[in-house]
Design a protein. Structure first.
Length: 423
């Protein structure tokens, strides 16, 4: 049994007068200096897998029932506006099931931006954590899910054959959040960009994690808590973002009770997210001109201006007012880069190659999602490539800022991943 991490607040939450907002912590927040999830959480995950199947209340389910539910309801909740709210509900129900085993648990999240430059060395894959690549038959044989089965399709072992390159850095992710003026822009970018990148690389060509069977791998819930944190960050950046949705907010979320509107506010669901070293300051342009803290947002000129210059030769800075409007950006990108990517001529520093570990300071681009993964997951290739191009531009912008060093730079890697996986 672990120690409870509650922040007590007075207010109305879950119908109680004295209320508790539980804090979901990153994998780096458990023990100072590395990314191991606390043992009591891992133990509960194993108990969730081992216990018999439950009934109607998802809090009574076992692990395999969650994996099967993600599979059964896949088409409604991927590539649609339901992506964020349904997965928020899904992780919440999973967290409740863990709490039925150990009430002190809050669902951890994996801040993979901090591991973006060398994901294969993430402490997440340590044998005292979630374990690494599958061994014989690609079956996962170390970590919390050593020897686990996967119930999807036909019973087999849980597989992972990771193929790592780079994830989205804190800078690339923050830039995508900043450029999302509406829910659709955020959803298009995050599901097709950073979210898909982690699924594709951790699962590889054989792994459950790279398919709609992904919830058979317990890393799923840390990954989707991070995705949920991204939505909640964007929601709290502008007052108008909190209830912003692209479809009917009264849409149901089967098989769970409740509608989308019920999950807009994480505080109403009695949880919030810790900050992480991967959190960079947001500068979202709010539709009503006001950030939720009442401070008028500043346009993120430092990258927007250079991005614009990269896209439109001779662009003058007055055009800056158009940046952040997604359509303008994308039109400009395809006009200037019909055949792919090239470094802005004003820049001198190109991103290091994916496998170049000699440059400890500059950021690598997020690795492109392979075509086979896009096809297998029925993703929209245009959205994937547009997101990747924007992320590459943002990365170049930061790399060409004098003296800038990302919290995710390899130089800092061993400060948060020091369990010996990084060579
Ligand atoms: Cu996912």
């Amino acid at each position: 049994m672990g120690y409870p991490y509650w922040i007590s607040t007075v207010g109305l939450c879950c119908g109680l007068l004295l209320t508790y907002i539980s804090l979901r912590r990153s994998n780096f927040n458990f023990t100072f200096g590395h990314g191991l999830i606390a043992g009591y959480v891992l133990k509960a995950v194993q108990q969730l897998k081992a216990r018999p199947a439950g009934g109607n209340d998802p809090a009574t389910w076992n692990f395999d029932q969650f994996a099967q539910t993600h599979w059964d309801y896949q088409s409604n909740n991927h590539g649609t506006p339901m992506f964020f709210p349904w997965h928020r509900m899904f992780v919440l129900q999973y967290e409740k099931a863990l709490r039925s085993i150990d009430p002190s648990i809050t669902q951890p999240y994996w801040d993979w931006t901090l591991d973006s430059q060398h994901p294969q060395s993430s402490d997440i894959f340590h044998s005292q954590n979630f374990g690494g690549n599958g061994q014989s038959g690609n079956c996962v044989q170390d970590g919390v899910s050593a020897g686990w089965s996967s119930v999807i399709f036909k019973p087999s072992c849980l597989k992972r054959c990771s193929s790592f390159s780079t994830f989205y850095s804190p800078e690339a992710l923050t830039g995508l959040i900043n450029q999302a003026l509406d829910y659709k822009s955020l959803h298009d970018a995050i599901e097709n960009g950073p979210h898909a990148s982690v699924h594709n690389q951790v699962g590889g060509t054989c792994g459950d994690f790279a398919s709609m069977a992904s919830a058979a791998d317990p890393i799923f819930f840390l990954h989707h808590a991070m995705v949920d944190k991204i939505w909640s960050k964007w929601q709290s950046a502008c007052t108008t973002n909190i209830n912003s949705f692209e479809a009917d907010p009264n849409s149901p979320m089967p098989p769970f009770n409740g509608v989308v509107n019920d999950v807009f506010d994480t505080n109403g669901l009695c949880y919030s997210y810790s900050s992480s070293a991967g959190d960079l300051a947001l500068s979202v342009s709010c539709p009503n001109g006001k950030a939720s803290n009442g401070i008028p947002p500043t346009i993120d000129n430092h990258w927007a201006e250079e991005l614009l210059q990269a896209l439109i030769v001779g662009a003058d800075s007055q055009r800056i007012t158009f940046i952040g409007k997604r359509d303008v950006q994308i039109e400009a990108i395809s006009a200037y880069h019909p055949n792919g990517y090239s470094l802005n001529e004003n820049y001198t520093i190109a991103a290091p190659a994916f496998d170049d570990l000699s440059d400890l300071v500059h950021l690598r681009h997020p690795a492109p999602i392979p075509d086979y993964h896009i096809k297998m997951m029925h993703m929209n290739e245009t959205l994937v490539r547009q997101t990747e191009l924007i992320a590459m531009k943002i990365t170049d912008d930061y790399n060409n800022r004098e003296g800038y060093c990302s919290p995710a730079a390899l130089k800092h890697f061993n400060k948060h991943n020091h369990l010996g996986l990084y060579q």
